[in-house]
Design a binder for this molecule. Structure first.
Ligand code: GLV
Ligand code: MG
Length: 346
């Protein structure tokens, strides 16, 4: 592999007109963002044991936390953060939405109390750059007041039609932007999609094979035909991945609500990984193992990528390996795998 080139040169170009990064975004693994309810003492008690076993622990303050428990969740998160050494695991939180009565208290409580421990703040229901500007300015004031030196990064959930329409400007709205997640439940509702599932496919979203023709060339529409289930989320994930790549930030899948269906969960996560996502949410401890497996490149893929890199020498020209053509472009694909493997092994 040529010494001066890395996948980063190709994968995270600085976008024209985008603000210069405030700091280099920490390229720490975040394959599974495991959600917990800090107002639930049973769940909170398990957090110290999860440190080191998951890339990100996220104290959730928004949806799934009852209105009566918002204060308890906020205070619970402060307590957990102050009492826990997170080691290699990142600590994130999901604050309440910007149109809620709780969000100001979320930020003014969390930043002074545990701003030194919080890596990323996830902002739900982001509609456009103005939402990110608001959080960015508020964070700057609160960080300055608290004397924090390390900026807290922002992660936006893409879960409104307007947010999807504005995805590029959201990515570019602040040098604090760390990444985006898909929010399929809120997004489905906002778009008036007719699915009640949280993420995943739908048995009604199909394409059907063409009918066979009889000897006269007439289509037999009554013949048995195979149907193929399609992915409801492909368009949004692809848009999200492009916007993130353009601005050098990280795309993530989101929640997969059918906890029992581990096979379908793995399929959804793998599709997202193949399309460019770096991680996903975990709503149950068993989804952590699925995410860690899926969002790590396979040993075979990494070995192949290293072979291509070695065969390509200075990184230019073309070579034949196992009957397949490799060149400058396929080397770049391989370097993405190698870089991810190295990041995960570090
Ligand atoms: C997540 O927040 C979702 O709405 O799917
Ligand atoms: Mg949501």
């Amino acid at each position: 592999m040529s010494g001066s080139r890395s996948a980063k040169d190709f994968f995270r170009p600085l976008a024209v007109g985008a603000p210069a990064p405030l700091t280099e975004i920490p390229a720490r693994p975040s394959r599974a963002i495991h959600f917990f309810d800090p107002s639930n003492p049973k769940m909170a008690a398990k957090i110290p044991d999860m440190v080191g076993k998951v890339d990100v622990l996220l104290g959730n303050l928004e949806d799934a936390i009852k209105a009566d428990n918002k204060t308890a969740a906020r205070e619970g998160l402060v307590k957990i953060a102050q009492e826990t050494d997170f080691g290699p695991t990142q600590l994130w939180t999901r604050i309440n939405s910007l149109d809620s009565p709780w969000v100001l208290d979320d930020l003014t409580t969390l930043v002074p109390a545990i701003g030194d421990k919080l890596d990323v703040i996830m902002v739900p229901k982001v509609q456009g750059a103005e939402d990110i500007h608001y959080v960015d300015r508020l964070l700057a004031q609160l960080e300055a007041k608290a004397g924090l030196e390390r900026p807290i990064l922002i992660h936006a959930i893409l879960e409104t039609a307007r947010g999807v329409a504005n995805v590029e400007e959201i990515c570019a709205a602040s040098p604090r932007m760390q990444g985006l997640s898909l929010g399929p439940a809120d997004l489905a509702a906002d778009r008036r999609m007719k699915t009640t599932r949280v993420g995943g496919g739908h048995p009604g979203y199909l394409v059907r094979q063409d009918p066979p023709k009889n000897e006269l060339g007439v289509a037999d529409i009554n013949a048995a035909r195979t149907t193929y289930q399609q992915d409801l989320w492909h368009y949004t994930i692809a848009r999200m991945v492009d916007a993130c790549a353009m601005h050098g930030i990280y795309p993530y899948y989101g929640p997969f609500g059918d906890i029992a269906d581990e096979v379908a969960c793995e399929d959804q996560f793998r599709n997202a990984f193949l399309l460019g996502c770096v991680g996903t949410w975990s709503l149950h401890p068993k989804q952590i193992a699925i995410a860690n497996r899926v969002f790590s490149p396979s040993v075979e893929d990494v070995a192949h990528a290293r072979r291509v890199a070695a065969a390509m020498g200075d990184g230019t020209g073309a070579v034949m390996l196992d009957g397949k053509m490799e060149d400058d472009a396929s080397l770049k694909q391989c370097l993405v795998m190698v870089e991810l493997a190295e990041q995960l092994a570090a």
